[in-house]
Design a protein around this ligand. Structure first.
Ligand code: KU1
Ligand code: FE2
Length: 221
């Protein structure tokens, strides 16, 4: 295929086993150093170029302070990329690598299904930027009403991100975990996160105080 895969077959097999085990056990899976620094930085550069060209649609208005404090807090700013555009070949490479993991994991399971799913398609890639100044995303479920999306895959692009200073934590409240247990995911550079998109995984993006970038793919069964 067009992109030279980073992973050889054994590594891919090993990674997929990890994804399947974690998704089955916890409903989520974190893979760090997914593309490696060089490729990760190339993806980040393409996202920064997209942003500097004003291609990110302004996020929903979260809160506009009235009267003297005119500060407006906007949520996520997004745009959709299919990965074949000439100006973002590395986002295209990222997509092909995530696809390779999902396709392989889907095939590896004995009954040829990931969990009870048979994944066969996905959305385009959603490039998202939280502009800082407290921008956040309220607690929600990605697919609450069975729209077909079964796995959310989020690739983070934030170099040297420090949650203590910059916030932006993704907090997942996995169904079935003890009330006081949550999954806190830091949006670290070159980190790939998978989680079931349905009601098993309510989650929120806590207020971010630096610009926070991510690329999301949703897989359908
Ligand atoms: O960035 C994260 O860590 C998690 N992000 C989310 O859960 C998330 N979920 N659903 C969306 C729908 C439209 C636009 C942005 C989003 C979005 O950032
Ligand atoms: Fe979400």
């Amino acid at each position: 295929n067009s992109s030279i895969s980073l992973l050889d077959d054994t590594e891919l097999e090993e990674m997929c086993r990890n994804v399947i085990q974690d998704l089955s056990a916890y409903g989520l899976c974190v893979l760090d150093d997914f593309l490696g620094r060089k490729k990760g930085e190339a993806v980040l550069k393409e996202v920064l170029d997209i942003q500097s060209q004003g291609l990110l649609r302004n996020g929903q208005l979260v809160s506009a302070k009235s009267n003297q404090d005119q500060r407006i807090i906007r949520g996520d700013q997004i745009c959709w990329v299919d990965g074949k555009e000439p100006h973002c070949p590395h986002i295209g490479f990222l997509i092909s690598q995530v696809d390779a993991v999902i396709v392989r994991a889907n095939r590896m399971l004995d009954n040829d299904r990931l969990g009870q799913y048979n994944i066969n398609s996905r959305t385009k890639a959603m490039v998202a930027c939280y502009p800082g100044h407290g921008s956040h995303y309220v607690k929600h479920v990605d697919n609450p009403n069975g729209d077909g999306r079964c796995i959310t895959a989020i690739y983070y692009l934030n170099l040297d991100w420090d949650v203590q200073a910059s916030g932006g934590l993704l907090r997942i409240f996995p169904e079935g975990w003890r009330e006081d247990k949550v999954a806190d995911i830091e949006p670290l550079f070159d980190r790939l996160l998978f989680f079931w998109s349905d009601r098993r995984n309510p989650h929120e993006v806590q207020p971010a105080y630096q610009t926070r970038y991510a690329i999301t793919l949703w897989y359908f069964d």
